[in-house]
Every structure is written in C-alpha cells, then in structure tokens.
Design a protein around this ligand. Structure first.
Ligand SMILES: *Cc1c(COP(=O)(O)O)cnc(C)c1O
Length: 367
C-alpha cells in the first residue's frame, strides 16, 4: 500500500456539518464573521498568546506582518536563513526588502546566532528566523542581538504550531510570529494562517491590511491586499483544534517508534529534543551521512519510492540554490544549510500512520 509523506488530519463529517450550519443560516460567508472570531479566540487560548490575526494562508500572513511592522516603507536588508520553505524568502522580497542569508546550526537546523552580527549593516532592519521542524530558534540570543541593533524580529513559526518554551507559547517571541494552517501542516484549516503579536498597535494595522487597507466605510488608509480567512475554513480550523491533543498523541507514538529504531545507528542523525521546549511532532527529519551509513539520502529516497513509500527532500534545494535566487547568492556562504539540504529526508509522519508501517519503513532503511 502506498504511503505518502503526510496525510491531512480530519474531523468527522458530522462535526464539520455542525460547525458550518450557522453559516448556512446567517449567510455571512467571509469578512471576519462570527466563526472567524470563534476560531480566533480558540487559537489565542491554545497558543497562549495575547493577540492573533487570522489570514487566508501562512504566506500572506508573513507578507502582511512585514508590511504592518513598517518594514516595507523603510526598505533595507533582512537577515534570514536559506534552509526554509521558499515562502519565507519570497515574503521578504515581495515587500521590496533584500534577504541576507545567515547559515544554520547543525544541531537543530535553525539560524546560527553566532553568525548573525557579522551580517548586520546600517541597512539591516529585521531578522526573520524560522523554527524549522518545530525546533525553537535561540530566541534569547536573537532578542539580545535585536535589542542591541534596534531590529525587528518576525518568526516564521509555520512548523511550530502549539509548541512552548518554558511554558510560554512560541508565538510570544519577537515582534510577531507567523503560523501556517495549510493542509500539510500538523494543524490545518485546509488553507489558513495567523500572525501572533503582543503590541496591540499592530492589531488594527493587520486587520486593515488583509482587507485592502480599508479602515472604515468611507476611507482607505493603506495599500493592502486581500488575505481574509473565510468562515468555512475557520469552521474546519475549529473542528481540527478540538482534536489537536489526540492528534499530537498519535504523532508522538510514531515519533517514539522512529527514535527507538534509529537511535544509535552510525551515520543517522536525528534532531535531539530541546530542553524546556514541548514538541508537536510535525515532522520526522533524518540526516544521512553517506560516508558512515553507507547509503546517501538520495539512495534512501529512491529505495523507499520503489516500495511506494514517498518521503520528501525537505528542504531541498536550499533557497540560495533555487533558480530564482542563485544568481544573486552563493551557497558557499551558507555551507551548513547546503550540506543539510543535500542529506536530509523527511520520513512519513501523520496521525493515521500505523506503527506497522513505521516498522516497515525502518526495516527498509536499516536492511
Ligand atoms: C508552509 C510554510 C509556509 C507557508 O505557509 P502557507 O500556509 O502554505 O502559505 C511558510 N514557511 C514555512 C517554513 C512553511 O513550512
């Protein structure tokens, strides 16, 4: 039987129908209606954040957050990493800003905080780090650097839904954090996303910018786009949020089985759990060191594919090696990101994956 790298968690059909019934009655289908507000408040509770603004997807949430913080008008450079989904870089560029790529650390694949300050120039306006695979960036060091150099910090938290650091929701760090609720993520609303923040002055800005910059029935204050989350997808989000603990529990069991099978295998590197950080078990990335393990990442990818098991080279290529960015950048500036992108593989990970299938995948890799 075919195994995909991911499979969306779903509520029961009855549960979803129950949640969308009021929409059929009210005929308010979008424009920040009652279901949107219900979803927003449920998320504020779940993510333990002060403020949260919903978006039609994570990408536009990030793009709009960059604009809302005044960075688009300011212009300049933004320090980020090339080991991410291309959305992070595109959001910077589409705001007229210049990405400056900082390398990642080999342990958790997040921004290497030792290398940030060397990249800061008088043009630097912000840092946009990524909580890769739900691994938390070194938020304490980043905050210190940002304070010292007067920079804004926006986290790409697309992978970090629901994780906490010392009991604090990840969405509380930096000036803002973006979350994605895309169907392939561990929590989803089909498509969807959010920005969390603690400065209340961003609330109105984000609200207006996702709705064409309209600030009242008779005026338009900003040059905004359209990035509103509709009522039907908010309803899907509400249903899935209710099941989130169950979903994480199932993922944890899969995670633990993988760890059991792969620990102490020479040439296989797993992400080590971080102290004081809770995990959401969104992904299971494995780094293959060909010289020690004997097989490369690509060998394993091909082998599993022959058995109809589909893994993902995630992230590959690094963003500074994609066609649209490689002319302006050199991967030699970020050697760790280059190496990890070549050797890492995300194994199947989703709520309904059976432990028997996990064992089958592990047996194929280990034999
Ligand atoms: C999924 C993802 C995004 C984009 O989110 P969408 O909801 O798909 O627009 C951005 N950054 C990272 C790291 C992601 O994984």
């Amino acid at each position: 039987m075919t195994i995909q790298v991911t499979r969306s968690s779903m509520p029961t059909l009855e549960d979803y129908i129950e949640e969308i019934k009021p929409i059929f009655e009210s005929r308010q289908l979008t424009n920040m209606g009652p279901v949107y507000k219900k979803f927003q408040h449920a998320l504020i509770d779940y993510l333990k954040v002060q403020y949260l603004s919903l978006f039609t997807n994570g990408h536009l949430a990030l793009e709009t957050a960059i604009q809302a913080l005044g960075l688009k008008e300011k212009g300049g450079e933004v320090i980020t990493t090339p080991f991410t989904f291309v959305s992070t870089t595109h959001a910077i560029v589409r705001n007229g800003l210049i990405p400056v790529f900082c390398d990642i650390n080999f342990e958790h694949y997040t921004i290497d905080v030792q290398k940030i300050e060397n990249l800061i120039t008088e043009k630097t306006v912000a840092i946009i780090p990524v909580h890769v695979y739900g691994n938390l960036c070194d938020v304490d060091s980043i905050e210190k650097i940002a304070k010292k150099h007067n920079l804004k910090v926006i986290y790409d938290g697309a992978h970090a839904f629901g994780t906490t650091y010392k009991g604090i929701g990840v969405g509380n760090f930096g000036d803002a954090t973006m979350f994605s609720f895309h169907a392939t993520k561990c929590f989803h609303s089909v498509e969807g996303g959010a920005v969390t923040f603690s400065d209340p002055s961003y609330r109105k800005k984000l609200h207006n910018l996702k709705n064409f910059g309209i600030n009242g029935p008779e005026d338009v204050e900003d040059i905004g786009g359209n990035a509103k989350l509709d009522e039907f997808r908010a309803a899907m989000g509400i249903c899935n949020l209710r099941r989130m603990d169950e979903c994480i529990n199932a993922r944890r069991k899969i995670y633990e089985r993988y760890v059991e099978r792969f620990s102490n295998i020479s040439g296989i590197k797993l992400c080590t759990p971080q102290t004081n950080v809770t995990q959401n078990y969104a992904y299971f990335p494995v780094y293959f060191d060909k010289n020690i393990f004997g097989k490369s990442r690509d060998d394993i990818f091909d082998l599993l594919r022959k058995h109809e098991i589909y893994t993902r080279k995630y992230f590959y290529p690094a963003i500074n090696e994609t066609s649209c960015y490689k002319q302006q950048y050199s991967y030699k500036d970020t050697p760790v990101a280059h190496d990890v992108a070549l050797n890492i593989l995300a194994l199947p990970m989703y709520e309904e994956l059976s432990l028997t299938d996990v064992d089958r995948i592990c047996n194929l890799i280990l034999n």
